[in-house]
Ligand binder design. Structure first.
Ligand code: ATP
Ligand code: MG
Length: 301
């Protein structure tokens, strides 16, 4: 498929899941089992689309790296077993590892807790020309911390600052932070892999039943399942409050892993295509230098 066509297709595939105006967003409007016009017997077609997407992504990344001016920050949030790790692994499988960095954010360390909550994430922001991937992020601050207020108590915030406005302030600060990044050349795209509670149960059972998947099971993940509705409420509000035209959320159906991957790859291509990337133009002086070097090499020097 020609690049231009592929970019158009990527836009069409990802657009239905793009939330750029949070105010209208309702989580119930996205069906975790949705696969658009792909039926399950079309899985090979989806795999081919993903493969084409991965190749296009590699090309775009090469230009991003050569230009060394824009950077891309991809944030992944999801309930456990929604497929964050597999999606990152598959979608980024074609890109040059030198131009890409994945950071995973687990429960904060005591050093992290001695700082503001953005601190540990700021340290991992991508350099110009690079793609940064956050496997979880500062969004945990309005998700797990909201669902479990005891984590907030552990953050050593001055009590005067912990008021009923705290969550609104966090949303405000996150919006401002992402606007700041955008204005400095870091393009931000956020992905919520939306898995259903039933599919999560299936995947947990598989982790328990298959020895090669046992390592993925954590008793804590199962415990968090008990807070499902609280999490969904926290996700909905977070997306409503932080989806903007410049740094949109993609709420991606995640009951079918093959479909999730196609949509995420398409959204990443769409983001990079919007930058009109190209290889740096060679100046006349440089072109002369290249010609001289060529002549010298051909002369056997
Ligand atoms: P895996 O796919 O390997 O399970 P994971 O991202 O789920 O990856 P875990 O170590 O299982 O990694 O879980 C990390 C945990 O850390 C999650 O439960 C997450 O909610 C929690 N966490 C992340 N950030 C924070 C935070 N700021 N405060 C409290 N808990 C956090
Ligand atoms: Mg986990």
């Amino acid at each position: 498929m020609k690049t231009k066509q592929l970019i158009e297709r990527a836009h069409g595939l990802s657009e239905p899941y793009r939330i750029a105006n949070g105010k209208k967003f309702r989580l119930k409007d996205v069906d975790p089992a949705d696969t658009q016009d792909f039926k399950s017997e079309d899985k090979p077609r989806a795999k081919e689309a993903l493969q084409n997407g991965i190749e296009a992504l590699a090309e775009l990344q090469d230009m991003l790296y050569a230009q060394d001016c824009w950077s891309l920050l991809l944030i992944f949030q999801a309930m456990d077993a929604a497929g964050k790790d597999g999606t990152i692994k598959h979608v980024m499988s074609g890109v040059n590892p030198q131009g890409c960095h994945v950071s995973s954010f687990k429960a904060p360390t005591s050093e992290d807790l001695d700082h503001d909550y953005l601190w540990r994430c700021v340290k991992q922001l991508p350099e110009r020309g690079r793609i940064g991937i956050f496997n979880r992020s500062y969004y945990e601050e309005t998700l797990v911390v909201r669902v479990h207020p005891e984590f907030l108590a552990g953050q050593k915030l001055p009590s005067k600052l912990v008021t009923k406005d705290l969550w609104d302030e966090r949303f405000q600060d996150i919006r401002a932070f992402e606007r700041y990044l955008t204005r400095n050349g870091t393009i931000v795209r956020k992905f919520f892999l939306h898995v259903s509670k039933e599919e999560q149960q299936k995947r947990f059972l598989e982790r328990l039943e298959r020895p090669d998947k046992n390592w993925k099971f954590s008793a804590n993940d199962a415990k968090e399942r008990g807070f499902w509705d609280d999490y969904m409420e926290a996700y909905e509000e977070t997306i409503r409050e932080t989806a903007t035209e410049d740094s949109p959320w993609y709420v991606v159906p995640a009951d079918n892993k093959w479909f999730t991957r196609v949509v995420v790859a398409a959204a990443v291509i769409d983001a990079m295509a919007s930058l009109n990337l190209d290889y740096p133009k060679v100046s006349d002086a440089k072109r002369e230098q290249l010609a001289e070097a060529r002549t010298a090499l051909l002369a056997g020097q």
